[in-house]
Ligand binder design. Sequence first.
Ligand SMILES: [Zn+2]
Length: 270
Amino acid sequence: MTTTNQFQSVGQQIKPENWTYAGSYIYFRYPDGEDGYETESELDVDFELMGITNKHNQIDWVNNFHEQNNNCSCCNHKIKRGMFFVEKGNVPNVIYVGFDCGNNILQYTFDVSGAKKQTMIERKRRLTQIKITEVLDANAGLEDSLAVNDTIVRDIAAKFYNTGILSDKQISFIGSLAERRKQFESIATEFVEGKVKDKFKVLSCKGYICDYSNSTKYKLLLENVNGHWKAYGNLSTMLEVGSEINASGTFVKSDKDPLFGFFKRLRVVI
Ligand SMILES: [Zn+2]
């Protein structure tokens, strides 16, 4: 079939019962981050209903539609967003109408505010994308630094990729964290899982009241002296920060960091 996009102008003589909703078109603009605007659109049509089943014809139809300066088939005003309707029993006939005419004349309930909201969300997403690109382009090495395996960096990166906002302070902070992590990765060996008996350095030891036993326990961060990998867990005795201990326990690697993990049943060998 021929794929024509010359939507017929039917004026306001439309009988709603003769037309079936076939899709919508939404157009919006957003600043391109320099001095102009980009345009973006979303076209969502039911080709099956419009009788255009051939893939190539569908592409032709979309291209034709975009090339046109479309007018509303009801009121003949130029429109940038609207709805498509197919004539019942006369499938090649498609009309394109603005949301107001669609709602008022064709009596089709289209969620205009929902569509506007969706458009604003999409627009915001694209603006965020522009901001992200600008920040990454202006700071060499930042993208690599944001990708390093570090809890704090991961946190800041997630917020940045969500909002496009990153302060100069954060950028230099991330740079130093990334540098620290790279140095750590260059000296650390792979985390050892299972039953381990080895020498560890106490990096931190913080007391807390255990709810179950109502006794004081300690949250312990250990560094394996030879491998430099780190592990976190509990112990019922306090250890001096900075001291080196011989200990045995069961070690499990973290899902997020191959150089970090957790221990259970730690025994300190004196
Ligand atoms: Zn109209």
